[in-house]
Design a protein around this ligand. Structure first.
Ligand SMILES: Nc1ncnc2c1ncn2[C@@H]1O[C@H](COP(=O)(O)OP(=O)(O)OP(=O)(O)O)[C@@H](O)[C@H]1O
Ligand SMILES: [Mg+2]
Length: 344
C-alpha cells in the first residue's frame, strides 16, 4: 500500500538534552483520520510542525506520498509540501473577507478561484457569508472558514492542531462533528492533535499516543481503550482501576475474588479494570463494598466504592437502579481483566 504519509525515526531536539520528538516511526493510511493524543508538552505540535515543514528534523525521515520531504539530504519547504494546516486560533486574515481568506492559497485563474471558493463555502455551509469579515463570524463559523481555507488548494494531508479548543462545549461538539463529516466527504487524510481523550476516542480512525516525545501506542480507539499497552495509557484515556493479583493461567486471585484474564499470565500482576466492567448489585453475588460517592450523568452513574480492606474502586453503571452514598452493595467483575507486569 502507498501511504500518504510516513515518518521514520523522526527526532527533533530544540536543546541538546531532551528531544521534543523522539524517534517516531508512523504511517498514515489513505483517507484516515489519525489523532495524536498526549499530555501537554509531549511533542504533538512539534510533530505537526515537522510534517508541515515549519521545523527541520534533527534526524529521521518524512515521506509524503512517494516524495521524501525531509531527511539528511532533502528539505522541501512548507509551500511545496501539499499539506494544509488548521490551528487552534484559526489565524484568519482579519482585514480580508471570508471569500478572500478561502482564496488565499489558490494560484489558479480568477475564474477557477471563484469556482473553488464557491464549492468550499457550500462544503462548510457558509455560502451566505462570502462577504462577511472574520470579526462578524462566530467562533464555530471562523473555524469552518479556517478549514475551508486549508482544504482549498486540495492538500494531500490536512493537519489540525487542537482546532476546537477555543470553542465552548456545546458548539465544540457540533463543529467537530461538522469537520469530521466534511473530511469524510472529501476523503481527506488528516492528522489531528488533541489532549482531550474523549475527543480522540469519538472522532478518530486511529489514535497515536505520545508521551514525552515517544510514540507509545498506535491503534483504533477501541483497542486503545480496552487494551492499553501500559498503565500510563490506561489512565490517560479513561478511569482505570489498578488491582494487584496473583495470576495462574487464564485466571487470577484478587480482592474481587477469582477473576478471568484476557491473556494467560503467571505470578504477580496488576489488573486493569474499566469502571463499566464492574457489576454492582444488592444481591448476594460478589464482594461486599460501600458506596463512597455517586455522580449522576443522566445516561449513567459513576460510583466510588470501598471494599472491606479499604481498597477504592470506580464503577460505572446504568441508571435503572439507584445506588446512593453509604449503600452496602456487592461488586463483581463482569468482563475479563487486562493484566500488566507488577511494578513496585
Ligand atoms: N520553538 C521551541 N523552542 C524550544 N523548545 C520548544 C519549542 N517548541 C516546543 N518546545 C518544547 O518541546 C516540547 C514539546 O512541545 P509541543 O508544543 O510540541 O507540545 P504539545 O504536545 O503540543 O503540548 P500542548 O498539548 O501543550 O500543546 C516542550 O517541552 C516544549 O517546551
Ligand atoms: Mg501543542
Amino acid at each position: 500500500m502507498e501511504y500518504p504519509l510516513q515518518t521514520e525515526d523522526l527526532t527533533k531536539y530544540f536543546d541538546g538534552r531532551t528531544p521534543a520528538v523522539n524517534d517516531i516511526t508512523l504511517s498514515v493510511r489513505p483517507g484516515e483520520f489519525l489523532t495524536l493524543l498526549g499530555p501537554s508538552g509531549g511533542g504533538k505540535t512539534t510533530m505537526l510542525r515537522l510534517l508541515a515543514g515549519f521545523e527541520i528534523p534533527t534526524s529521521g525521515r518524512i515521506q509524503i506520498g512517494e516524495r521524501i520531504v525531509a531527511d539528511d539530504s532533502h528539505f522541501v519547504p512548507p509551500e511545496q509540501r501539499k499539506v494544509g494546516m488548521v490551528f487552534q486560533d484559526y489565524a484568519l486574515f482579519p482585514h480580508v473577507d471570508v471569500a478572500g481568506n478561502i482564496a488565499f492559497g489558490l494560484r489558479e485563474s480568477r475564474q477557477e478561484r471563484e469556482k473553488r471558493v464557491k464549492e468550499l463555502l457550500a462544503l462548510v455551509g457558509l455560502s451566505a457569508y462570502a462577504t462577511r469579515m472574520p470579526h462578524e463570524l462566530s467562533g464555530g463559523q471562523q473555524q469552518r472558514v479556517a478549514l475551508a481555507r486549508a482544504l482549498a488548494p486540495k492538500p494531500d494531508i490536512l493537519l489540525l492542531d487542537e482546532p476546537f479548543s477555543n470553542l465552548d462545549t456545546g458548539l465544540r461538539a457540533q463543529v467537530r462533528t461538522d469537520v469530521r463529516n466534511i473530511l469524510l466527504e472529501t476523503e481527506t487524510t488528516a492528522i489531528f492533535v488533541t489532549h482531550d481523550q474523549e475527543e480522540a476516542l469519538t472522532l478518530s480512525d486511529e489514535i497515536a499516543i505520545i508521551f514525552d516525545g515517544h510514540l507509545v501506542q498506535v491503534a483504533t480507539p477501541h483497542v486503545i481503550y480496552n487494551r492499553p499497552i501500559n498503565r500510563q495509557v490506561a489512565k490517560f484515556v479513561g478511569d482505570a482501576n489498578i488491582l494487584p493479583a496473583d495470576a495462574h493461567g487464564m485466571t487470577a486471585a484478587s480482592q474481587l475474588g477469582e477473576v478471568k484474564l484476557f491473556h494467560a499470565r503467571q505470578g504477580p500482576v496488576d489488573l486493569m479494570i474499566r469502571p463499566e466492567a464492574l457489576a454492582i448489585s444488592y444481591d448476594e453475588r460478589g464482594i461486599p463494598a460501600t458506596v463512597l460517592w455517586r455522580e449522576f450523568h443522566g445516561h449513567h452513574q459513576r460510583l466510588g466504592l470501598a471494599l472491606a480492606d479499604g481498597t477504592q474502586l470506580i464503577a460505572r453503571t446504568g441508571v435503572d437502579r439507584y445506588f446512593g452514598r453509604g449503600n452496602e452493595v456487592r461488586v463483581s467483575l463482569a468482563l475479563p481483566a487486562l493484566a500488566y507486569d507488577r511494578v513496585n
